[in-house]
Design a protein around this ligand. Structure first.
Ligand code: ZN
Length: 215
């Protein structure tokens, strides 16, 4: 099948496109895909839809992507549906839970390095042998002791334990702290802008980084 003429995609591609859109609409009103999307993202779900539609018609998902990449309207149709799926409230809730568990794990590891107090079993058992040894060395050396960081790590763990929904929300402006920031600074109390205000740093200055080697 040709990918279309200068006037636009061929009728066959338009037909495939309609099938893709209907499948995405059907998924959007179902819930079966949500747990997969929460752990693996939306891409594998979209890929499976494309395979199921493209293969029986003798075309490849890549060729379809090529076609819609060159057609702004078709691309928009797909993007609109994928964004709607991403915004699914159940998916958002599951993703937030997964992010909190990940942050809690990181914070326990960090707490261990900072104090040499063993982390909970669920954290320890998720770490491979080689990394455990590295962490053990770091914890026992005491080189990572950090009196500024430790209270912040403890406060974040405490928040996760007692009021998990407050974790990841800025203490000053109540806005959501961006995920990228939480991944780098899981003990963050504030969004970057409020943190700068707390520290009296001008808006355009980078936030002072707390360096942790084994993290
Ligand atoms: Zn803030």
């Amino acid at each position: 099948m040709t990918t279309g003429s200068p006037e636009g995609p061929s009728p066959q591609w338009k037909d495939i496109h309609q099938s893709v859109l209907s499948s995405l609409d059907a998924l959007n009103s179902a819930t079966t895909w949500i747990s997969t999307a929460a752990t693996a993202g939306i891409e594998p779900i979209f890929e499976r839809v494309l395979q199921q539609i493209c293969e029986p018609r003798g075309v490849t998902p890549e060729a379809y992507i090529d076609v819609i990449t060159r057609d702004a309207g078709m691309r928009r149709d797909v993007q609109k549906r994928l964004s709607r799926m991403m915004e699914n409230p159940k998916l958002q809730a599951l993703r937030r839970d997964a992010q909190r568990r990940e942050a809690e794990h990181q914070l326990h590891v960090l707490h261990y390095i900072l104090t040499a107090q063993p982390p909970p079993e669920w954290v320890w058992s998720a770490i491979d042998e080689e990394q455990r040894e590295q962490l053990q060395d770091a914890a026992e050396s005491g080189e990572e002791r950090n009196d500024v960081l430790l209270p912040r790590v403890r406060a974040a763990l405490n928040k996760l334990g007692t009021n998990p929904s407050a974790y990841g929300r800025c203490e000053d402006c109540q806005g959501a702290i961006p995920l990228e920031r939480l991944q780098l600074v899981p003990w963050a109390e504030c969004c970057a802008a409020c943190q700068r205000k707390r520290e009296g740093v001008p808006d355009d200055a980078p936030e002072p980084e707390v360096r942790v080697t084994h993290f």
